[in-house]
Design a protein around this ligand. Structure first.
Ligand SMILES: [Cu+2]
Length: 73
């Protein structure tokens, strides 16, 4: 269940290694699989997510991006 909008933590994460729409789709799908994460946008080189504190962390988002072969910064 989502907490009120003001309690979400929004993070903009630079992602290296993305080059095309397939990369965007892979990163998006990895992030959509995380509990407590709402994907705001994914484009080449960048992902923006909102995280529900206590349910998701920046580290879990970075790990998901790495798990599909890209490098978050
Ligand atoms: Cu690609």
């Amino acid at each position: 269940m989502w907490k009120p909008e003001r309690e979400l933590e929004r993070e903009r994460i630079a992602v290296e290694g993305m080059s095309c729409s397939h990369c965007v789709a892979r990163v998006r799908s990895a992030l959509e699989g995380l509990d407590g994460v709402r994907v705001e946008s994914v484009e080449i080189g960048e992902a923006v997510v909102s995280m529900s504190p206590g349910q998701a962390s920046r580290d879990s988002v970075l790990a998901a991006i790495q798990s599909v072969g890209y490098t978050p910064r």
